[in-house]
Design a protein around this ligand. Structure first.
Ligand code: FMN
Length: 341
């Protein structure tokens, strides 16, 4: 099952509805030999012509070629070695051999202890007819994306930090990919376009609906229905990213575990505005239910720790109910601290 998941993620098909941010993004793992790419978004595969499966596991220098400036490569190498953010314009080549100028920003991401964990690359193609003000706009866009990605990735890394230093198992990569894509989907809701970016507030109903459909598509199967009842609520970005990550964990759990050896089932997601201004999100299923003996949330799993940490960060509450069939989990996020408009 886990291999199938990994396969599905690598095949670049099932998560197609994710990752359509206009700026392409890659993540590498410097703890692995030669700092290989462990994640690329959809825009990266579009820009370079390389499928996900062709890019993962390789150092990103495979995009370079004959006329790539040695000075640019040197700057990249020195910046990366010094664990600094580095920006270069570098000649890269698509899978079909066509060259393109890539404005590339590479930045290190540290965990809470200050130890290097990942590098993120943010790539934007420069056209020959880009004017100076366009170039300035692109720089602004790259650094905005960098800020956002740094904040969000730090959140994921912070939650995952209990993991050992050993290299990750395929299923853990799949989970990491899903978490990054949960945020990528949020970036789409941010209306990140070539013209402007709007980070202020997110249409939460629309975000959760796209997230649930994408997760259902990847982790669900034909007999399991997905029912959504979502009120249109606008919430600030910081809340949206956390609630989105929680929803992603709960939904994946429901699709993966609730229907063990059951042919048909129902997963429901409800979200409503609380009278006091907060938000209530319920994810329920009518499957086998969470066994009474199983600790919940499970602090021995990354997902369990993430959910607990995220809810705490939101000053929210979370409750598990065991129904006649299946289980339901309700999270309440208070309007407190004026977090939710
Ligand atoms: C996350 C990340 C993304 C990168 N993206 C690119 C890229 O899009 N194009 C490129 O030419 N190099 C890219 N690089 C740089 C190369 O992987 C490599 O670090 C560079 O060529 C210098 O090292 P080298 O001299 O060992 O080749 C990226 C590096 C990292 C860590």
């Amino acid at each position: 099952m886990q291999d199938m998941l990994q396969q599905a993620l690598l095949q670049d098909t099932s998560f197609d509805s994710f990752s359509r941010a206009k700026v392409s993004m890659s993540v590498s793992d410097p703890r692995l030999e030669d700092n290989p790419i462990i994640y690329v978004n959809h825009a990266f595969t579009q820009q370079t012509g390389y499928a996900r499966s062709a890019a993962l596991g390789r150092n990103c220098r495979f995009l370079q070629g004959e006329d790539t400036s040695k000075a640019a490569v040197d700057r990249l190498r020195e910046g990366i070695q010094a664990q600094e953010t580095v920006t270069v314009d570098i000649l890269n080549y698509r899978a079909n051999g066509e060259p393109f100028m890539n404005r590339l920003l590479v930045t290190p991401l540290n965990d809470d202890n200050g130890d290097l964990r990942y590098y993120v690359g943010i790539q934007k193609e420069l056209n020959a007819n880009h004017r100076d003000e366009d170039a300035e706009h692109i720089n602004k866009q790259l650094s905005e994306v960098q800020d956002r990605v740094e904040a969000d990735m730090s959140m994921i890394i912070g939650m995952v930090r209990h993991q050992t230093n050993q290299s990750m198992q395929p299923a853990e990569y799949a989970a990491l990919t899903r978490r990054i894509e949960t945020l990528q989907l949020l970036y789409q809701e941010m209306k990140l376009s070539d013209q402007h970016s709007n980070y202020d507030s997110i249409h939460m109903g629309s975000y959760i609906s796209r997230l649930a459909c994408a997760i259902g598509h990847t982790y669900g199967r034909s007999g399991v229905r997905l029912n959504l009842q979502l009120e249109p609520i606008d919430v600030p970005m910081e809340i949206a990213s956390r609630v989105g990550l929680v929803a992603s964990e709960l939904l994946t759990n429901a699709f993966e575990h609730a229907f063990d050896r059951i042919e048909t089932g129902l997963v429901e997601v409800r979200m409503s505005q609380l009278s006091g201004g907060g938000l209530r999100l319920t994810v329920s299923d009518d499957g086998v239910g969470i066994p009474a003996a199983m600790p919940w949330p499970n602090s021995t799993t990354v997902g369990g720790r993430m959910v607990t940490g995220l809810i705490e960060g939101l000053e929210g509450t979370m409750q598990l109910g065991r129904g006649a069939a299946g289980s339901y989990i309700t999270i309440d996020v208070p309007a407190g601290a004026a977090l939710i408009k």
